[in-house]
Each structure stands twice: as C-alpha cells, then as structure tokens.
Design a protein around this ligand. Structure first.
Ligand SMILES: C[S@@+](CC[C@H](N)C(=O)[O-])C[C@H]1O[C@@H](n2cnc3c(N)ncnc32)[C@H](O)[C@@H]1O
Length: 283
C-alpha cells in the first residue's frame, strides 16, 4: 500500500477508534506495515477493500485497534524526568506516605511496554534512594494492553540499544550480560506486578503515590478520551500524589485536580477537589 493511501485510511479510521492522527504522524510506518500484513492475511488487494470490510464486520475494529498500538520505549527515557523524580518528587512523596503511616510507595506505570519504564524506576530506587529510606519500599503496578509486550517485560532480556541511556553504573549493577543481550537481575523485578489491562476499560486497584502515563493516552487518544481518562487516573491517586506525562505531551483542556509541579518535566501534582482550578493545568 502506498504511504498516501495508508495516511488517508488512518485519517478516516483513527477518529472512529477515539484516536488522533497527529499523534501517529511520526510513527505511522509501524502501523502501515502492520496494516499491509493484515491485508495480506485477508487476501485483500487494496485498503479500500479493507475499509468496506470494516464497515460490514464490526469485530474487525478491535483487530485494527490492536494494530494501532505504538510500542516504542527505552530505559531512562527523558532522563531529566528521572532526575527530578529522584531528587524532588519521591522524597516529597515519602513524607506524605509516612504521614499516612504507609511503609510502601505505590507507583503505577501505565502503558509499560516491555518493562523499560517500571524497571528504570526499580533500579533508580535501589541505586539512589533505598539506603536513604531503609524503612520504605516501593510497590510498582505496570499495566499494558498488549500481551506480547508483557511477555517480553516478564522475560526482562534486552539488547544494548534499549539500555544505552541508563547510567553505566546502574546497568552494571542491575543486569548480567549474556552474549549480546542483557538480563535483568531478578531482585529488580520483585517489586513489580505486570498486569494486562486496557487503560480505557480498567485501572489498577487501590491508590497510588505516583502515576506515569507517558507516550500513550496524551499522544494517541482523542481529546474527549484524554479528558475522561485523566479523570479516572486522578481518581486512583492520593491527594498530593504525582502524575507524569511524556515530555512532548499536554493535559487536555479542562483536566481537573492536576497542578504543575515541575512543568518543564511534565510532572503534575494532585490537588484536592476544593483547590482545583482547571486553568492551572497550563492552558
Ligand atoms: C509508546 S509505548 C510507551 C511506553 C512507555 N510508557 C514510555 O513512555 O516509554 C505505549 C504503550 O502503551 C500500550 N498501549 C496502547 N494502547 C493501550 C491501552 N489502551 N491500554 C493500555 N496500554 C496500551 C502499548 O502496547 C505500548 O506498550
């Protein structure tokens, strides 16, 4: 399929999945390649044929939805964010957790791909913070809709390219090298529960001190779905909890109870209902 045909198909189909084309512009090749494969499996010659098929086979929309999952990630992505988490955010969240009498910080990594983000947090905690807060532990819930990504996350074996942004000392400490791959040591996986969840249908149980939802909802989903999901995410956060977006992302207009904490790093803090002012989200 020609690139223009794929683009015009996506511009037609994405809004019907409550997704937005601009989010896919840069990464469309990944989706177009999968679409080509799907057309071949269905013995179809053209994307127009596939479009007609979608119109008469409602269940195919679900397959198309899964073809639109962008799965790119890497360890220590946007490293400044992790620097702020280490130096400012987690120490402050620990104060709040202690006041509540909690001995574990609860973290949700939403759209965790093959584990790069939650494992970075687990390594960061062990290397930088655990000794300073010996009475505290972390408890990470990492969710993704894609079972293949989750299988890879549980295997925790990576190529160097995915790890290259990790400080060398962290890499040495947390991985054992096996030929050309790096295997995470099991102690860094113990603090993480991986769950298959579609964030549009489900959020993990309980309340969280820190939620990271980067390069998923606020890039690929349309404005009304972003607003809906930002509300549901806020509902599972403690007052004062931190919320982290991707560095190229913005909260949707009208998002409630989130106030910029470290705005350049897209780190927000949950304010209580009474103090909430949607204007504070930066719009
Ligand atoms: C681009 S990756 C981002 C990974 C990581 N958060 C980061 O910033 O590096 C997006 C991830 O979200 C997952 N995903 C896509 N749609 C989802 C959904 N509806 N619910 C949960 N996860 C989803 C994809 O499978 C993929 O692993």
């Amino acid at each position: 399929m020609k690139s223009e045909q794929c683009v015009s198909f996506l511009q037609w189909a994405l809004p019907q999945l409550r997704m937005r084309w601009p989010g896919f512009r840069r990464v469309r090749k990944q989706v177009c390649k999968r679409l080509d494969r799907r057309l071949r499996d269905l013995n179809m010659e053209s994307v127009d044929e596939y479009r007609a098929y979608l119109e008469s086979h409602a269940e195919e929309w679900q397959t198309l939805d899964s073809l639109c999952r962008i799965t790119i990630s890497r360890f220590h992505r946007d490293k400044e964010v992790f620097r702020y988490l280490t130096r400012e955010v987690l120490p402050s969240l620990i104060v709040g957790a202690r006041e509540r009498g909690d001995t574990a910080l609860r973290i949700w990594s939403a759209g965790c791909a093959s584990g790069e983000e939650p494992y970075t947090l687990a390594i960061m905690w062990a290397v930088e913070l655990q000794d300073r807060y010996p009475e505290m532990t972390i408890d990470i819930v990492a969710t993704d809709a894609d079972p293949v990504m989750l299988r890879r996350a549980r295997e925790a074996r990576y190529e160097f390219g995915t790890l290259k942004d990790l400080p060398e000392t962290w890499r040495h400490r947390a991985f054992t090298r096996e030929d050309d791959t790096y295997q995470l040591k099991p102690e860094y996986a113990r603090v993480i529960a991986f769950l298959e969840q579609d964030i549009r249908q489900q959020q993990p149980e309980g309340r969280f001190d820190l939620v990271l939802c980067r390069n998923l909802v606020f890039t690929y989903f349309d404005d009304s779905l972003q607003l809906e999901l930002s509300g549901r995410i806020v509902d599972v956060m403690h007052d004062g909890a931190a919320f982290v977006l991707g560095t190229h992302e913005q909260l949707p207009e009208g998002a409630q109870q989130l106030s910029p904490w470290f705005a350049d790093q897209r780190i927000y803090r949950k304010v209580s209902n009474i103090d909430s002012d949607p204007a504070e989200t930066g719009h």
